[in-house]
Design a protein around this ligand. Structure first.
Ligand code: SF4
Length: 351
């Protein structure tokens, strides 16, 4: 429900839920299908626009529901075309979505939580703490409400929050994204990134066929634990075991994300252990340059070091890429723009 109107939100509901809702309100079953068409195909922002639903039924619906679309509150555009959006969600929190154009790809990176519980040492969102889960509708709203919505080719669940810590709502949003009654995207155009959350990962692997990206960052248990407390909940070895049980031999892909920090996880021993751990998993390794964040004693590795680390992995047979830094001139690190905005709001409220 929205705090301002007290109404419930239609966006994010499945065809089954919309049909049930219509029946509960004494409307024909097919109204559910009409609602899905208006929300996900025609992408209307008000119930009033749903012209093939009778006026009486639209009024009845409007007493209890609203569509749930909300425009971004602000955005920052980078010289390279990357645009970072900030959305306010119904709890009052702020989340980011980032549009990243790259040749014929147009990717949107979306958020799944306000803040995050996982507290990764290198992450600005982690520093905000956990403030709440996004509903499926709030996740879908990011996809529909950015300026470039119509031109998107790929979606990545790599924004604020750990998606599999909000598995039910994230999986519902994926169902809307990929169903024929929804946005009808191919699951092959969707990638979800996780640090590894057991129950959520089990569900994601069995209930979807979207691509998976695992935030790895250190192949050694103790070293990973220092960077990512989530290693204590689901150690990497167990995450990899779950991935080995799943089918990544066909079109579904798994990749491993590795932010390289100078003097922390950049040695030959790290590359060798990483190669040993991933043996037998058909995968790609993405090396990611670190975006420095305030008050964290981690430093990015210079380009030559990144190239060396890449060569070590390639020599062991792994397809390895170095991700190009995007949006360097805007608040590039995940959580940076929302943190800035929160600080501005806090200082405005005390001045
Ligand atoms: S990196 Fe991801 S999982 Fe870790 S704290 Fe940041 S948002 Fe959460």
């Amino acid at each position: 429900m929205t705090p301002t109107t007290g109404k419930k939100i239609l966006l994010g509901l499945s065809l089954e839920q919309l049909t049930q809702l219509a029946e509960e309100l004494g409307m024909p079953r097919f109204t559910g299908k009409q609602l899905a068409g208006w929300l996900y195909d025609k992408r209307v922002t008000t119930i009033e626009e749903m012209s093939n639903i009778s006026k009486a039924n639209r009024e009845r619906l409007s007493e209890l529901y609203e569509v749930g679309r909300s425009a971004p509150v602000t955005s920052e555009l980078s010289k390279d075309g990357t645009r970072k959006y900030l959305f306010r969600v119904r709890s009052g929190g702020l989340v980011e979505a980032v549009f990243i154009p790259d040749g014929d790809r147009a990717t949107l990176c979306i958020s799944s939580q306000v803040g995050c519980k996982m507290d990764c040492l290198f992450c600005m969102t982690g520093k905000q703490g956990f403030k709440g889960n996004l509903s499926a509708g709030e996740i879908i709203n990011q996809v529909l409400s950015v300026e470039e919505s119509a031109e998107l080719t790929n979606i990545v669940y790599m924004g604020m929050g750990e998606p599999l810590d909000n598995a039910t709502n994230v999986l519902e949003s994926i169902a809307v994204m990929t169903s024929s009654w929804g946005l009808a995207w191919s699951p092959k155009r969707i990638t979800l990134s996780t640090v590894g959350v057991r129950r959520g990962l089990e569900r994601f692997l069995s209930e979807t066929s979207c691509h998976l990206a695992v935030s790895l960052h250190n192949p050694f248990h103790e070293g990973r634990l220092e960077l990512m407390p989530a290693e204590g909940g689901l150690p990497l070895e167990q995450t990899l075991e779950m991935i080995r049980q799943a089918d990544f031999t066909g079109q579904r892909r798994v990749s491993f994300e590795y932010i390289v920090f100078e003097g922390v996880n950049d040695s030959r021993a790290h590359a060798e252990e990483l190669a040993r751990l991933l043996r037998g998993i058909p995968c790609r390794i993405n090396l990611i340059p670190f975006h420095q964040i305030p008050n964290v004693p981690l430093r990015p590795l210079a380009a030559a070091g990144m190239e060396q680390f890449k060569r070590w992995l390639e020599a062991r047979g792994y397809t390895t890429t170095i991700r190009t830094s995007r949006g360097e001139d805007i608040s590039a690190a995940c959580g940076m723009l929302s943190t800035k905005e929160q600080m501005a709001e806090a200082s405005a409220s005390v001045s």
